[in-house]
Write a protein that binds this ligand. Structure first.
Ligand SMILES: Cc1ncc(COP(=O)(O)O)c(C=O)c1O
Length: 384
């Protein structure tokens, strides 16, 4: 970091190149492009696949808005598919139903991309989704904002699955609270020819990037071949990212340890449902999302959050489903029940504090606060 500040490069330069190389090697991706955020990576992925007006993108309502906003930015239509009750990831069976229905009913809409989100850091059912992509000729953009370092069937998210045709782009977030952070930042990973195309979109649509232009081997000449965007990462951010990458294993081990303690404490309580980790998945544990069992708990989710807040425990809700937000609700005339699983689960989820910086005492504080709430008369019974 200090050497970057002293060097001639503050913005995109050698540290970014090194970070791209080391990150790609870490996740097993053939190539990667460092960008300003996961949102810009998702936008670039759509541009690279040529998604535009008349196209549709299949994705999940259970996500952060940015992955759906960028579909709107390119003039395409998001088509939401309800989620699996256990993982809250896009349901491949429902995605297939939607694709069958669309191919029969709506000649005007061409579904071009499948955009699954590895929610909370739990990998989606990629085998089923990639099979669908192949069958229906779809490109795949995986939102891996939460999924570092997640594995599916022994492979890191980002490592190509041999059976797929390789048209998968993976988008990561290095936002402040993510498993690896550069303050703000993101990465796009995938096949080299696609990543190089995204690089052009991400730096003004110029045929040569600034590093090549201003570097020793570069020249002053460049051409604008598209009306691109400015999504490049700075060397300052990459310098942080390189350090974070070295610590990622340790961070992840600490997250797992905290999750183990939470699970041990909460799984005996009938009031809660603890998160799943399917056998074929290694969870990145970006978020720990507890679900309330309303039949065994007199408090609503919102009241539970307030009770935790009163005990100095900060929580959040990930996420308010896309179809409930006014922009999408009004534009597409969605009703809450259109995605019944997402809507039902939304009402009973709460994300507990989870960060590698938490001490054992911090974890104990969270557990004790939850037990204290449950033990009170309104909290319902203790028995499992
Ligand atoms: C699932 C998901 N996708 C994308 C993003 C966007 O990431 P960024 O803030 O790096 O643009 C987030 C941010 O929290 C997210 O949770």
């Amino acid at each position: 970091m200090a050497d970057t500040l002293r060097s001639d490069w503050l913005t995109t330069g050698p540290k970014v190149k090194q970070f791209e190389r080391e990150f790609a090697a870490y996740v097993g991706a053939p190539a990667s492009l460092a960008v300003s955020s996961c949102t810009s990576a998702l936008h670039l992925a759509l541009l690279t696949f040529g998604v535009g007006p008349g196209d549709a993108v299949l994705t999940t309502p259970m996500t952060f808005c940015s992955g759906v906003n960028v579909i709107e930015h390119v003039g395409a239509r998001p088509i939401l598919v309800d989620v699996e009750p256990d993982t809250l990831n896009i349901d491949a069976a429902r995605a297939e139903e939607a694709l069958k229905k669309l191919s029969k009913e709506r000649e005007g809409v061409r579904v071009k991309v499948l955009l699954p989100v590895h929610l909370y850091g739990h990998a989606c059912d990629m085998e089923a989704l990639l099979k669908l992509a192949e069958e229906y000729g779809l490109e795949v953009i995986e939102d891996a904002a939460h999924a570092l370092p997640a594995k599916y069937k022994g492979r890191m998210i980002g490592t190509p699955i041999e059976t797929s045709k390789g048209r998968v782009l993976s988008c990561y977030s290095f936002y402040a609270i993510k498993n690896l952070t550069t303050g703000e930042g993101g990465m796009l990973a995938g096949p080299p020819e696609l990543v190089e195309d995204a690089r052009i979109w991400g730096l003004h649509g110029m045929s040569r990037d600034a590093w090549k232009r201003y570097g020793a081997e570069g020249s002053w000449h460049y051409e604008v071949i598209r009306a691109g965007f400015k999504y490049n990462m700075m060397d300052l951010q990459a310098a942080i990212g390189l350090h974070q990458l070295k610590k990622l294993r340790g961070f992840h081990a600490r997250r797992r340890e905290i999750v183990r303690r939470y699970n041990e404490a909460f799984s005996p309580l009938a009031q809660f449902q603890t998160p799943v980790e399917r056998p074929e998945v290694e969870h990145a544990w970006h978020l720990y999302v507890l679900r309330l069992n309303p039949d065994c708990f007199q408090l609503s989710r919102n009241q539970f959050i307030e009770e935790l807040r009163a005990r100095n425990i900060g929580t959040s809700v990930h996420f308010i489903p896309i179809h409930v937000h006014p922009y999408y609700r009004d534009k597409y005339a969605y009703k809450p029940e259109d995605f019944p699983v997402a809507y039902r689960e939304y009402q009973r989820i709460v994300s507990l504090p989870l960060s590698p910086r938490m001490t054992d005492a911090d974890v104990t504080d969270v557990i004790e606060a939850v037990y204290d709430i449950v033990a009170r008369p309104h909290g319902g019974s203790r028995a499992a």
